[in-house]
Design a binder for this molecule. Structure first.
Ligand SMILES: C[S@@+](CC[C@H](N)C(=O)[O-])C[C@H]1O[C@@H](n2cnc3c(N)ncnc32)[C@H](O)[C@@H]1O
Length: 251
């Protein structure tokens, strides 16, 4: 099996399901983007978050550790990678991917595979052009140097590889249930919790000394009031465009 970019989720995903559960408001956006699709392939499916329960779903995931954390209600997953999908051409109405493409070792090949097996593609991703909206980088600047973050795929890349119909911001609720990278934009104290950081690949891939230094920087900024002075207005918002996008491509 091809190795993914950065660390494998067999290493960094051991406790993923502790903090990574689908947020119902984001799930509604993703499910609406699936349209009338009856058959769905979920690529980089992980523990099964955001998989619709009212359609035929096949899940594909490379990491055994992630597959082991799939809930009893989720369909069982096929082990494999996006770059070599073990399915015949035109097998699915939609191929979906949630917060996964930046981990693929060959994203161009992965896009070709999505187009081959499904006539429509639905992706939920973080738009790199919005990276400055994430104050997290002020405290953990080394995140920008991670292999998955140096040149992550954004709208421009997807437009070059897919017949994109629509790309829209997905506002992240202040009480977002899914603990992905930007989820705690209004709850900075959460990033001081090692369990929270353990569910976010940008932190689990960091050198432990860098992770600890960032922890100390944020802790000091919260104690001194500096964080609230710079970013405290965020605490009053109920949702925010921190850079997540839903994309629909194909027919
Ligand atoms: C952040 S997790 C997202 C999991 C799930 N989609 C979710 O929303 O909870 C990223 C997933 O992409 C998977 N992944 C990494 N490289 C991949 C590849 N080349 N092909 C398919 N999936 C891959 C990882 O193993 C991991 O499960």
């Amino acid at each position: 099996m091809r190795r993914s970019l950065g660390s494998s989720y067999d290493e960094i995903g051991q406790s993923y399901s502790a903090t990574r559960r689908e947020d119902p408001r984001i799930a509604a956006v993703i499910h609406s983007a699936l349209g009338a699709a009856k058959s769905v392939l979920n690529v980089g499916a992980g523990t099964g978050n955001y998989e619709p329960r009212d359609r035929t779903v096949i899940a594909l995931e490379p990491s055994a550790a992630m597959i082991a954390q799939r809930s009893g209600g989720a369909v069982s997953a096929v082990q494999g990678v996006a770059e070599a999908l073990p399915f015949a051409s035109d097998s699915f109405d939609v191929a979906m991917g949630v917060l996964t493409v930046h981990h693929w070792s060959d994203r161009v090949r992965g896009m070709r595979e999505l187009r081959r097996v499904a006539r429509r593609q639905v992706l939920f991703f973080f738009e790199p052009a919005k990276v400055d909206a994430t104050w997290i980088m002020h405290y953990w600047p080394a995140i920008r140097e991670l292999p998955t973050e140096v040149d992550p795929p954004g709208e421009a890349f997807f437009r070059s590889e897919l017949a994109v119909q629509d790309v829209r911001p997905v506002l992240v609720p202040a009480d977002c249930v899914d603990g992905f990278g930007g989820a705690y934009w209004a709850r900075p104290e959460a990033y001081l919790d090692p369990t929270v950081r353990g569910g976010i690949s940008s932190f689990t891939q960091l050198d432990p000394a860098e992770a600890a230094a960032g922890h100390r920087r944020l802790e000091r900024a919260l104690a001194s009031g500096e964080w609230d002075e710079r970013f405290g207005d965020l605490r009053a918002l109920s949702e925010f465009d921190i850079g997540y996008r839903i994309l629909v491509a194909g027919d």
